[in-house]
Design a protein around this ligand. Structure first.
Ligand code: ZN
Length: 163
């Protein structure tokens, strides 16, 4: 009622979020905070960009999952504009990544778990849907939320146990 989302779209969201979770596991396996991301071209359903958090590995805060995925998707599309694409992220995007998502003109953002301290898709602020900007991003949250949260919790628990 009042929703334009169909069950079929829901299933797709879960399917693609599983792909993003695979990227998060890659981050986990390299000792990084497990955050993963993929970008899907809506018309074809093709994954055109993937990324996982490599902040410590690459020694730069610019190595967030979303930035890597946007770089790869832009290369694949041959365009900085990623109109007609959906970005799937296992954690709500930070200010930098939310900004990049708006700048890339991505249509839609689906994320798993909220981020109370840095989330810019509604938790702290909502940079994805500001009427003052020239582009707004449709948001869906909570897809595989428990799974993503469990992996992040596991990571931090193990980190605490190591020190
Ligand atoms: Zn970020």
């Amino acid at each position: 009622m009042g929703s334009t989302r169909s069950e079929n779209e829901n299933e797709n969201d879960v399917k693609y979020m599983r792909e993003a979770m695979k990227q998060a596991v890659k981050a986990y396996e390299t000792g990084e905070v497990p955050i993963g991301c993929i970008i899907v071209e809506n018309a074809t359903g093709k994954v055109i960009g993937r990324g996982y958090n490599r902040r410590n590995t690459d020694r730069t805060t610019l190595a967030h999952a979303e930035i890597t995925a946007i770089k790869k998707a832009s290369k694949a599309a041959g365009d900085w504009r990623l109109e007609g694409c959906t970005i799937y992220i296992t954690l709500e995007p930070c200010p930098m990544c939310a900004g990049a998502i708006v700048q890339a003109r991505i249509d839609r953002c689906v994320f798993a778990a909220p981020s109370d301290k840095a989330g810019c898709a509604g938790s702290v602020v909502n940079l994805l849907d500001m009427s003052g900007f020239n582009h707004q991003v449709e948001i869906t949250s909570g897809v595989l939320e428990e799974e993503s949260q469990a992996l992040i919790k596991k990571f931090f628990k193990e980190l605490r146990e190591r020190v």
